[in-house]
Design a protein around this ligand. Structure first.
Ligand code: T46
Length: 136
């Protein structure tokens, strides 16, 4: 699977009562079947999570409350940071992308929609192994 990262702006059905965002599998916003949902919260101040890549997993990350930063390193070594600070922002990450999640606010709740069930064999947790897999 080709490595790919894309920021998504979800359509919000807002009115004078507030906002509502609906996400469906196989849509423009979630381009895969969602087989797993997990969320990260109550993070320790200053912590950096992630520090791994996936071989084939496709995921969309949404910070439902608070904010956090996702740093992505592509196979060619280019790194970009994405700040998720509102529930209408999503980040699609596919394929061989090294990701680190950091700068969590105290109230951050990071929701992740994943294309596959949990499979530890899909993880590359060693940075040197990631670089090797990228041919660097
Ligand atoms: C990712 C980033 C964004 C499970 O048992 N089932 C699960 O579905 C997940 C995601 C994790 N776990 C277990 C495995 C570990 O013992 O929960 C523990 C913490 O997982 P990990 O250290 O991988 O968590 P993060 O925050 O570093 O990474 C997670 C996802 O694992 C990863 O796929 O892309 O969030």
């Amino acid at each position: 699977m080709k490595a790919f990262v894309n920021q998504i702006n979800f359509t919000s059905h807002g009115d004078n009562r507030g906002q509502l965002i609906a996400l469906e599998s196989f849509s423009a916003q979630i381009p895969f079947d969602v087989k797993r949902v997990y969320y990260i919260f109550d993070t320790t101040p200053g912590t950096v999570r992630g520090k791994h890549a996936h071989k084939a997993l496709r995921q969309v990350l949404i910070c439902l409350s608070g904010a956090c930063t996702i740093e992505c390193e592509m196979p060619d070594g280019v790194r970009n940071e994405y700040r998720l600070d509102w529930p209408d922002k999503g980040l699609l990450i596919e394929g061989l992308v090294w990701r680190e999640m950091k700068d969590f606010s105290k109230d951050a709740v990071l929701l992740v929609l994943a294309s596959e069930h949990y499979d530890e064999t899909d993880y590359i947790r060693e940075y040197d192994a990631f670089r090797k897999e990228c041919g660097r």
